[in-house]
Design a binder for this molecule. Structure first.
Ligand code: HEM
Ligand SMILES: *[C@@H]1O[C@H](CO)[C@@H](O)[C@H](O)[C@H]1NC(C)=O
Length: 331
């Protein structure tokens, strides 16, 4: 850090309430980072997210899922968006990324920014702010988020499984993985509320249906799932899926918690969230209060969005989101 920066930090710490709080907040991110360099950046992203949502409602699901799949894997560095190269497999192509979609529309947003402020706004910030604005499209809360992230140059396919829980992971492992990012139990319960929108493909569900039906599934919900997933081995060419929340599939609301308490959670983790004694009290509280869900959700999304960002001179500002800039390509 430059001496000027250090003095600034010292003054900041001196005036702050506590040293730990001061240090925790100095991750290099700030509110409205592009205030001078591209004042219209946040408005452009918001407008593009709205336009895309009008044309393809499911883009909002993708923006919301992206923030988890990018930020939870080491850093919010848009490594998720990189395509495979001859030398490295992309995160997008791993099993954990199954079902991720709409990546080309991230490029639509990036292109709109490049037209106004070429080379200024990072894909990592686009990913985070599109999630924020996508959450609003889905009826969720508006969450003020900091910016100033820079883009990583390498995709991290090799470590994805270390950081992203599987669909059938134990709640202990899930709590540990999020805990490592500073996200506590109510925060984890709130984040899984994202499964109040979107879909789950049959390949992730058939193990609960065949050869026999998981007795933990609500018998009233089984016929619907069976109808959507009629084959023990789903045809890979047919897009077979079940909506995560049959009641309000397009709205980010607390109906997810009522569903999982009613044993209508699709994934094993969803089901266990409502049955583990550490998480169940929060599930019940969120099922009762949308305000409480939104409050915890906003807090947890903020923590997720600030996980270990690249700032200052680290990383780069990509020209397009699916590829690292040429002169920086690693040997
Ligand atoms: C224990 C953690 C989690 C696991 C194991 C998990 C797993 C999954 C799986 C298997 C799907 C279905 C994908 C498909 O078949 O297309 C899914 C969908 C989804 N997940 Fe998660 N997820 C987790 C946490 C999260 C978090 C923290 C968020 C966001 C904050 C999130 C957002 C979404 C969204 C929005 C969808 C629907 C995507 C779409 O319809 O395109 N998930 N998740
Ligand atoms: C979880 O599911 C995967 C397949 O998606 C399977 O390979 C793995 O053994 C399962 N793990 C547990 C703990 O059941």
């Amino acid at each position: 850090m430059a001496p000027k920066g250090l003095i600034f930090l010292a003054v900041l710490c001196f005036s702050a309430l506590s040293l730990s709080r001061c240090l925790a907040e100095d991750n290099g991110l700030v509110m409205n980072f592009y205030k001078e360099s591209c004042p219209q950046a946040e408005d452009i992203i918001k407008e593009q997210v709205k336009l895309l949502y009008k044309r393809h409602k499911n883009t909002a699901f993708s923006w919301l899922r992206n923030i988890f799949h990018d930020c939870a894997v080491q850093s919010c560095d848009a490594s998720l968006l990189l395509d495979s190269t001859r030398r490295s497999l992309s995160e997008k192509e791993t099993d954990r990324s199954f079902g991720l979609r709409n990546f080309r529309y991230i490029e639509t947003i990036k292109e709109a920014l490049e037209r106004e402020c070429p080379g200024v706004v990072s894909c990592a910030d686009i990913l985070v702010l599109s999630a924020r604005d996508g959450i609003v499209s889905l009826g969720g809360p508006h969450i003020p988020l900091k910016t100033g992230r820079r883009d990583g140059r390498r995709s991290r396919a090799d470590v994805v499984e270390q950081f992203l829980p599987d669909h059938n992971e134990s709640i202990s492992a899930v709590l540990d993985k999020f805990g490592a990012m500073g996200i506590d139990t109510p925060g984890v319960v709130a984040l899984l509320g994202a499964h109040s929108v979107g879909r789950t493909h049959c390949v992730k569900l058939v193990h609960r249906l065949y050869p026999e039906i998981d007795p933990a599934l609500n018998p009233d919900h089984v016929p619907h799932i069976l109808k959507k997933c009629p084959d023990a081995i789903p045809d890979p060419k047919a897009v077979q899926y079940v909506r995560n929340d049959r009641g309000t599939p397009m709205i980010l609301d607390n109906n997810y918690y009522r569903n999982i308490l009613d044993n209508k959670g699709l994934l094993i983790v969803d089901h266990q969230l409502a049955n583990d004694k550490r998480t169940k009290p929060y599930v019940k509280k969120m099922a009762k209060s949308q305000d409480y869900f939104f409050k915890e959700f906003s807090r947890a999304i903020t923590l997720l969005s600030e996980n270990n960002p690249l700032t200052g001179t680290k990383g780069e500002i990509r020209k397009q989101c699916n590829a690292a800039n040429k002169h920086h390509e690693e040997p």
